[in-house]
Write a protein that binds this ligand. Sequence first.
Ligand code: SF4
Ligand code: FE
Length: 483
Amino acid sequence: MKIGNPEEYFESLRGLDREVYLLGERIENTVDHPMVRPSANAVAESYNTGEEPEAGGLLFATSHLTGKKVSRFTHIHQGTNDLVNKVLMQRLLGRRTATCFQRCVGMDGLNALHSVTYECDLEHGTDYHRRLNDYIGWVQEENVVVDGAMTDVKGDRGRRPGDQDDPDMFVRIVDRASEGIVVRGAKAHQTGALNSHEILVMPTTAMREDEGEFAVSFAVPATASGITFVLGRQPSDTRKLEDSPLDVGNPGYGSQEALVIFDDVFVPAERVFLAGEHDQSGKVVDRFAAFHRQSYGGCKVGVGDVLIGAAQLVADYQGVARASHIRDKITEMIHLNETLFCCGIACSARGRKTPAGSYMVDVLLANICKLNVTRFPFEISRMLQDIAGGMIATMPSEKDFKNARVGPVLDKYLKGRSGIPTMDRIKVLKFIENMTIGCGAAAYLTESVHGAGSPQAQRIMISRLADLDEKVRLARRIARIED
Ligand code: SF4
Ligand code: FE
């Protein structure tokens, strides 16, 4: 693995020549920019073996292509054990960072394409699976970060890709030649795009026969000519520019989303994994979505662990840790969080082998997992705010605490229980502010609703996959109702 540790990862980003915009300005070096660095720190944890005894076995796997040790983020799942370990790894990194560490979208994209390209080749006589395996081997060797890019900007949501006034609302092929294709369009809210070396594009929905130009999947380097990145904003994000880490709440780590624009980007044939086979596009979407819906049963649970810890800590600092209603709420938070974990493990344990030999999660259970994720983190956050109190929304700034005149006064009046320094109480409150209404809420709350597909997408899959006729038959039999 060429990139072997966090420092090498940061260095590899410094060398990338890309067109990146942030707050209206073009920036050259993203990784050392204070608005971006915390999100790079979160990705870097995927390169850090860390101190947890189980981390080595979770962060790394054995490549089915080369037999070498590779990052699990570049690995193709070879059994249900791999699927379970993926979720355990995500929980571990969520616990370390309390945010989105961004690297799972690439892993989920490669795994979805692994089985679909195999089936596409059988049905259409294409050569995509070999190309993809070559690409996976290269990604494993280099150990690069891959942004799995699915969500198109979509334009008029009431119209299909082929019916838009502007056809660029969905990434599409605008030119074809034997050496490759040229693509145009934009992918929205791309997790970790500025921290990625590669972009792996997939279609956003199942395409019709006349929508073949949109049934496209490919990989390009982030440095490819014609790609522009525009960083998305998050609540309170410019606090990172104020030189007041206390006010950031989670000063070490953060998440990141960007708009990625493809303005006639050339993709060499070897990096094209779908180009016009419209009947395969829905499979890519469903499988990527299922893998990422599984993922949330790991990462959001790890973040939930930190929030439950913060609830206990702030209750203790404010002298109410023994109150029965506080204990009840914390127990409820644990129940909700572990329910999400149960879903992540269940859809992994019930995974199945695909014709390509790789393993796929149980799709119904992965959708149940994600639909719960659209709700439970909000309930966990609500109880956390309830326990913490209104101070999370009214705290003075770090600069006020450092001011010679008002600092000592704040220290006196914002104290909690005896023996606890005021600043320790404020630190945990600032963290809770970050996670529930600040920039951390982008990853923990909004992403929990819309990431890996919005709730309605899960409802559609659940109603499609649950065998309702079978359940009716069971009820009829037990009630002795004749056909
Ligand atoms: Fe990974 Fe979770 Fe971020 Fe998705 S939201 S990339 S699963 S950490
Ligand atoms: Fe996500």
